[in-house]
Design a protein around this ligand. Structure first.
Ligand SMILES: Cc1cc2nc3c(=O)[nH]c(=O)nc-3n(C[C@H](O)[C@H](O)[C@H](O)COP(=O)(O)OP(=O)(O)OC[C@H]3O[C@@H](n4cnc5c(N)ncnc54)[C@H](O)[C@@H]3O)c2cc1C
Length: 393
């Protein structure tokens, strides 16, 4: 019975590659709602300034991946139902009413995450807001900004800051709007966030903190965005980067246990022993991390489990380099339940912030500018994400 992977993002393809290193015989299917192109999603927020088209970001087509992996890849095909009793998937081809079925022996969900639903905005242009979460979105946005100059970004989280950094260097006028007082506020202490804010501002990004979009109207010269704090922004395009949520609908419908993501243990096994999950769709032993490093760790161990050697994943400290190249920033956030406080050292070249508990244990850190040179040393000292000790002790 075949191994079937739903999803051809970094999680699906990394797992398929790791699996093929161990097993070249078992038949392998990948099913994708998109075109199955292999690309690095993190580049979506760092490629405008390099003038990259969506095509240039595509490393391999689905046909090339199919040859590399000795796998059948069904593209533009959505799995609409999982019948766990009969180990059967119901598939629907894009643009067609026709459905077909496929059997699985073991099933892996790598269905990723989608952009969170936008809040309701007033105005006749509220449906014109762009989001970028895949190559197709990138292409649409890139086409829409051709010949335009002014972009308003909603959300100064990791992805919003990266787009601000990229688009300002691509020559656009950028307004960055966020509910919080400083960029990356959920990940950085104020001194580090303000440091990044000042650097982005020096390069021309206009930051609007502690406010949000109220309405968006078409005007003679483009769009007019009205913020709750009274600011009015004349703009051409609005791009929202307001967070992601795991694609759990299919798993939920199949009766699998889900919370914020599809619930899996450290073997990446769901509440059904024949079904596994990894990547942005999965909540691994209570941890939901929308980053590449954890999914790569998961792909390695899951490949071994599928090959008959059950293997548990272990997350160490996972520092993430934010692609704000104008002012490099690295984050290794403490767990939301960790008890401690930030100890901050800063000078004109950057900020080193260490989150420590009362025993002095390092639970997380944030670095900006030249302070990123401390990354490896702090990573080796930092408490791992998957740790049997309590974060509070
Ligand atoms: C702009 C941007 C910048 C980022 N930058 C960084 C970074 O710098 N560092 C970092 O670590 N992480 C970064 N990330 C996060 C990282 O890219 C993701 O964690 C990772 O790519 C997720 O991969 P995935 O395979 O789990 O999901 P996805 O790439 O979303 O893939 C999901 C796949 O599932 C398919 N699918 C979904 N539902 C179905 C269905 N019902 N039937 C068939 N197919 C289905 C989709 O078509 C797709 O092929 C960034 C993310 C974004 C959006």
């Amino acid at each position: 019975m075949p191994v079937v992977i739903i999803g051809t993002g970094l999680a699906g393809y990394n797992l398929a590659r790791e699996f093929r290193k161990l097993d070249s015989l078992t038949s392998l299917f990948l099913i994708s709602a998109d075109d199955g192109a292999f690309y690095s999603k993190p580049l979506l927020s760092a490629s405008f300034s390099h003038g990259k088209t969506a095509q240039q970001l595509c490393n391999s087509s689905s046909e090339e991946m199919s040859r590399e992996l000795y796998a059948e890849i069904l593209v533009h095909t959505r799995v609409i139902l999982i019948d766990r009793l009969n180990k059967t998937l119901t598939l629907q081809q894009e643009g067609s009413e026709h459905v077909s079925k496929i059997l699985y022996g073991r099933l892996i969900l790598a269905t990723g995450a989608k952009c969170r639903k936008l809040p309701h905005y007033e105005g006749d242009a509220h449906t014109d807001i762009f989001r970028i979460n895949n190559l197709r979105d990138y292409h649409r946005f890139r086409t829409a900004v051709t010949g335009r100059k002014r972009i308003t970004l909603l959300g100064a989280g990791l992805i919003g800051c990266e787009f601000a950094n990229d688009l300002i260097q691509a020559g656009f006028a950028v307004d960055l709007v966020d509910l919080q007082a400083w960029p990356l506020a959920t990940l950085l202490p104020e001194v580090a966030g303000r440091d990044l804010q000042h650097k982005l501002t020096n390069y021309g990004v206009r930051f609007h903190g502690e406010t949000s979009l109220k309405s968006i109207e078409r005007s003679n010269s483009g769009l007019c965005a009205q913020l709750h704090n009274g600011d009015k922004i004349e703009t051409d395009i609005v791009l929202a980067a307001l967070g992601l949520e795991a694609n759990i609908g299919l798993a939920n419908m199949a009766g699998l246990q889900v919370q914020r993501g599809i619930t899996v243990d450290r073997y990446l096994q769901t509440s059904d022993p024949a079904i596994y999950a990894l990547g942005d769709c999965a909540e691994v032993d209570g941890h939901q991390l929308f980053y590449v490093a954890p999914l790569i760790a998961c792909a390695r161990v899951l490949a071994q489990t599928l090959n008959g050697q059950p293997c548990k994943v272990h997350y160490g400290a996972i520092p993430v380099a934010v692609k704000t190249t104008l002012h490099p920033t690295t984050i290794c956030p403490p767990s939301p339940t960790a008890e401690g406080h930030w100890q901050v050292a800063h000078d004109s070249s950057g900020v080193r912030a260490e989150y420590r508990n009362r025993n002095g244990d390092l639970l997380g850190f944030a670095l900006t500018g030249n302070a990123i040179t401390h990354r490896d040393r702090l990573s080796s000292q930092c408490r791992p994400i998957m740790d049997d000790r309590s974060q509070a002790d």
